[in-house]
Design a protein around this ligand. Structure first.
Ligand SMILES: [Zn+2]
Ligand SMILES: [Zn+2]
Length: 290
């Protein structure tokens, strides 16, 4: 952005708090500084794990946005800053391409002074998310290569389920992995260990990259003012289904139009999909492909 325009942005030179204890600021701070000139800080000793973990020892309660909001508010309360951010990720089979793993990430921005909340989400196929079962870590050679071990961490638990003191996180050495697998396999009812990619940001450079991409999107969005009231954060707030089938023209469940809106005033604008897609694949049509 032009330096003069950047300096005139309402967030230029302001402080915001990012609630993380896993080093996400490395991915989130630079794009936001570049886009709107806002400075991020990270509170010390913030226990975001209390809101849920990937390893299943603490379940997450509520929708992704609810968890992200609680997390952002933790940091805002700890620092007394009116502007906070938090991100939430989840991993599993891709909703459209089931055999492929996907990383769903949401980044939420809260500004209590302005009274706004702005969020951006991304569904990325760029992820090493995977898990395996084994008796001995040496069985996993090929798999370890595929999940980018040891530049990416792993966690291990007994395959039959969680047990006290038998959850090993952040494993990045072959020796530690062997030992964890051995202990968990011995304690498991079926004699094997569950080995899974550790998806915490500081253990997973691939995920950190996806979060950086998401922060760029949020930056672009905060740099976009509402055409009516000028509030930062104009962008996608909803979609209209009914994308016509390429063969029969009847409406499908696909997105036909996007709804863009302001995080503060009621202005909404309906516009064609920004990716330019104007027709649905006939395979997704319930008339052509029942
Ligand atoms: Zn059709
Ligand atoms: Zn507005």
């Amino acid at each position: 952005m032009d330096q003069d325009i950047l300096k005139a942005h309402p967030y230029h030179g302001k402080d915001a708090v990012l609630s993380t204890k896993h080093g996400k600021e490395r991915a989130v701070a630079p794009p936001l500084m570049e886009a709107v000139g806002i400075r991020l800080c990270v509170p010390h000793n913030l226990d975001t794990d209390a809101l849920g973990t990937f390893t299943g020892d603490i379940p997450r309660v509520g929708t992704v946005l609810e968890v992200a909001l609680r997390k952002a508010r933790l940091g805002m309360a700890a620092t007394g800053l009116p502007i906070g951010l938090a991100s939430e990720g989840s991993f599993g089979p891709h909703p459209a391409v089931g055999w492929m793993p996907a990383d769903a990430e949401t980044l939420l921005f809260v500004d209590d002074e302005m009274g706004i909340q702005v969020s951006e989400s991304i569904l990325s196929q760029t992820t090493n998310f995977a898990y395996e079962t084994c008796v001995d870590a040496d069985e996993l050679d090929q798999w370890l290569h595929k999940v980018h071990f040891p530049s990416h961490g792993l966690f291990v638990r007994p395959n039959s389920g969680l047990q006290p003191n038998l959850l090993f996180k952040g494993l990045t050495s072959r020796m530690a992995l062997r030992e964890a697998v051995k202990r968990c396999a011995q304690a498991s009812a079926d004699g094997s260990a569950h080995v899974e990619t550790d998806m915490r940001a500081h253990m997973n450079p691939t995920r950190l990259q996806v979060i950086a991409e998401l922060a760029q999107r949020l930056g672009r969005r905060l740099a976009t003012p509402c055409p009516e009231c000028g509030t930062p954060g104009w962008g996608l707030v909803g979609v209209v289904p009914g994308l016509p089938c390429e063969l029969c023209g009847l409406p499908t469940d696909g997105v036909r139009e996007e709804i863009h809106g302001c995080p503060r005033c009621p202005l909404r604008q309906q516009r064609p999909r920004s990716d330019g897609k104007r027709a649905a694949y006939a395979g997704d049509c319930k008339w052509c492909n029942p």
